[in-house]
Design a protein around this ligand. Structure first.
Ligand SMILES: [Zn+2]
Ligand SMILES: [Zn+2]
Length: 761
């Protein structure tokens, strides 16, 4: 190296906002590069840090030396540093922790990979090889099979010639066949994924693909592909991806986090085979490490994965695809709170790449970006096999008030539709987004609900398990306990969960084979797979499930979807309640009639006139959007304003409240300073102007107790910072976090910063 680096700037994975300068001993200077991990002294500890670049010794009295360089090559490409820095600044999160979050577990712990991709022995005949002497009968049979097929997996060959393993080796020794280990891909059902070729596009798909391809290589652009369920979005993704690969750029595909491999992932596998690397939480640490290495060294040009795949160590991204872009699983709700959908746009902007966001139910945010000219819109309005969209019929649950027991929730219309569907030998899906048996157990003696000891929520009765369970903290007590308030043993099992629906359906249709899919039934490894297999092989007639059934799975035999109660999420204290409700209803309804028979949906609701329900019935996103966007504008919610939520929690109710009030007061002090008459900001005139316009100031709401005021023994408070001006909002938050470290840190209370919050309970 010509100019050996003496000092380096290092980020450490700790909740500190500084980076640190270290000296590099002469012996290690040639080994240094950005993106490498180094072992450094930190206080009295030793830590693994990440080299950001050359450091400066200016003004630092005593600089310590690094202890060791831990990698031979960088664990992430230096080109990703600006991305990490952008995220750290935007989310007000320490850069060392951002990088730590990005790396797969196997790397930071320096673990050796334990598993590789599965491979199988594959034999192929060598063309024009000379057969010197006659072959034995078995060997000749092997040669014949290989020659006719041009090559085969040895495992398949053994079905024809039982001794194939031995014969193939002997033939290889004679120079007649070549044997290799090939990676083999299986779908979650254990079946090999058959290779697939590009499909013929319909005119809508063709227009979408050619528009996206036309934008490639011409800098940053974002497209929103709004396509009804079953309209062939994945084929558009794959053909655009194929073109990006052909141009020698990499492709990143993000899919929502689901319990099993998604349909999208399976189809990319079938199309791109070996070129695909996969990153998601279903992989073991060793598998993740392997995939990371393959991506890092350029062996895989197409990376597909859930949220954390946004950190894939690709250098020359040409296209980023975000499937089901509305899905809330793109937002991480712990440690480092980021949104992978938004970061896909940032990463593409830095790389000059094209982004393709796709959904049947696009987010309000993305549609707003289309209408304001930031994104370009692409539409797929027809289902690919021209199936009709399911017919959605609304049933008013208020009319069932006089009915008793289960009949309050299985309306005559739904009951009849189920009966007809089962008689035709077709499958039924019942959706209720609440698991458990009784979701509102109440004492008949004193009227008190059965509550969690550690959280401010009602316990849920799980009858099969014989317990009352807390869905927030996992606390459970036996279901035969008496009322904690009055000692009565008469607990009414009010409230409807999936378990109660399952019991009812079994009683109403004793012949039907009924299964339930929610977090309780799929907790055991392999259980989800069994349910999906059962559905595919028609061993299940009625499936009852939570939101889990709405995601990513294709059930061609389902012709009836019953939505037991559409209103559960409508009343959440969250400005996105309507949007989330519309999305889940439209997605669940879209499960009906994906095969060759038409589907129908019975949607039961207490609010048939609510615009969200009506829009879901008509599968009319734009009608929903126009109402919703008006509401957002009136109350200045995103996309019209930006928000940062400060989440405060602690074990001591008094200390937590006091801390929250102090932080609130500090925010108001900073706000006064920023926008008062003497306020100056980095933006000069603009800021002064903003200071005079109240609507552009940062609004401070709270502190207030969180709607869930206690979870797992932690008392919870919130402060919401809101502004139409992102720069103002971030400036206030930065001042709060960076300049007031002492005031906002406490041994007893913790403060988390959530930029663009989703979960506001
Ligand atoms: Zn009681
Ligand atoms: Zn609890």
């Amino acid at each position: 190296m010509e100019n050996p680096v003496t000092y380096i700037e290092v980020a450490v994975p700790l909740p500190v906002f500084n980076t640190y300068t270290y000296a590099v001993p002469e012996s290690m200077r040639a080994l240094i590069a950005p993106g490498l991990q180094v072992l450094v002294p930190f206080g009295r500890r030793k830590l693994i840090g990440y080299i950001l670049g050359p450091g400066s010794a200016d003004g630092i009295p005593k600089i310590r030396e690094i202890i060791d360089v831990l990698d031979e090559s960088a664990v992430f490409p230096a080109a990703m540093l600006p991305f990490f820095q952008w995220m750290a600044a935007y989310y007000l999160h320490p850069i060392g922790e951002v990088i730590c979050e990005a790396l797969p577990g196997g790397i930071s712990k320096k673990k050796k990979a334990v598993t590789g991709p599965k491979t199988e022995r594959y034999a192929a005949p060598i063309p024009d090889a000379v057969v010197a002497a006659p072959l034995t009968e078995a060997r000749q049979a092997v040669m014949d099979a290989l020659t006719s097929g041009g090559g085969m997996a040895v495992r398949e060959l053994a079905k024809i010639v039982p001794s194939a393993h031995r014969q193939v080796q002997a033939l290889a020794d004679k120079g007649l066949v070549v044997v290799s280990d090939r990676p083999v891909y299986r779908d979650p059902f254990g079946d090999p994924v058959p290779p697939d070729v590009p499909h013929k596009l319909n005119p809508e798909q063709y227009r979408a693909v050619s528009t996206v391809v036309g934008a490639m290589g011409a800098g940053f652009a974002v497209f929103l592909l709004a396509g009804v369920t079953g309209s062939g979005k994945t084929e558009v993704y794959m053909q655009a991806a194929a073109e990006a690969v052909r141009r020698d750029t990499a492709v990143l595909v993000l899919v929502p986090e689901i319990a099993l491999v998604s349909e999208t992932e399976r189809r990319f596998r079938a199309r791109f085979g070996d070129d695909v690397a996969v990153l998601h939480s279903g992989l073991s640490a060793g598998e993740r490490y392997d995939q990371w290495v393959r991506i890092r060294c350029g062996q895989s040009r197409v990376v597909i994965g859930a949220r954390s795949a946004i950190f894939a160590p690709l250098t020359d991204i040409g296209l980023i695809i975000v499937d089901e872009e509305h899905d809330t699983s793109y937002k991480q709700e712990s440690r480092f709170r980021y949104n992978a959908r938004d970061m896909a746009v940032v990463r593409a902007r830095q790389a000059g790449a094209v982004v393709l966001l796709g959904s049947a139910t696009p987010s309000v945010q993305s549609v707003y970006n289309v209408l304001s000219g930031k994104f370009c819109e692409l539409n797929l309005k027809r289902r690919i096999h021209r199936q009709a969209m399911p017919e959605i019929h609304i049933e008013d649950l208020r009319k069932q008030k006089e009915s008793r027991g289960i009949w309050r929730f299985i309306t005559p219309a739904l009951h009849l539709a189920m009966k007809e569907t089962l008689e035709r030998g077709e499958q039924v899906l019942l959706f209720l987004n609440r698991r458990g048996y009784a979701t509102w157990p109440v004492c008949a003696g004193c009227g008190q609900a059965v509550k969690c000891r550690h959280c401010d929520v009602t316990l849920i009765l799980h009858q099969g398990a014989g317990v009352y369970k807390c869905h927030q903290c996992g606390y459970a007590i036996k279901s035969n306990v008496a009322c904690a308030t009055c000692g009565s043993n008469a607990i009414k099992r009010l409230g409807m969960g999936t378990e109660k629906i399952e019991h009812a359906v079994k009683a109403l249709f004793p012949e039907a084979r009924v299964a339930r899919m929610d977090r309780d039934t799929v907790a055991r490894k392999g259980a989800l797979l069994e349910i999906l297999k059962g559905l595919r092989h028609r061993e299940i007639d009625v499936l009852i499930g939570t939101q889990m059934v709405a995601k990513g799975h294709d059930f061609p035999g389902i012709t009836l979807v019953g939505i037991i109660c559409a209103d559960l999420s409508l009343s959440f204290p969250d400005f996105r309640a309507g949007e989330l409700t519309f999305q889940v209803l439209a997605q669940v309804a879209g499960r009906a009639g994906r095969g060759d028979r038409p589907g129908r949906v019975v949607l039961q609701t207490y609010n048939p006139e609510h615009f969200t329900i009506a829009a879901a019935r008509d599968q009319d996103f734009m009608t929903f959007y126009r109402q919703e966007i008006g509401f957002r504008q009136t109350f200045q919610y995103p996309p019209f304003a930006r928000m940062i939520q400060l989440k405060i929690s602690g074990r001591d109710p008094e200390k937590t409240r006091e801390f929250a009030e102090n932080v609130g007061a500090l925010c108001r002090k900073l706000q006064g300073r920023a926008t008062g008459p003497h306020g100056t900001g980095p933006l000069g005139n603009k800021t002064a102007l903003a200071g005079s316009d109240l609507s552009e100031q940062v609004e401070i709401l709270g502190p207030i107790e969180a709607p869930l005021s206690r979870i797992a023994g932690q008392y919870r408070w919130q402060i919401l910072l809101k502004s139409t001006r992102s720069d103002q909002l971030h400036r206030l938050a930065r001042q709060l976090i960076f300049d007031n470290g002492a005031a906002i840190s406490s041994r007893h209370v913790s403060l988390a910063v959530d930029v663009d919050p989703f979960f506001m309970m």
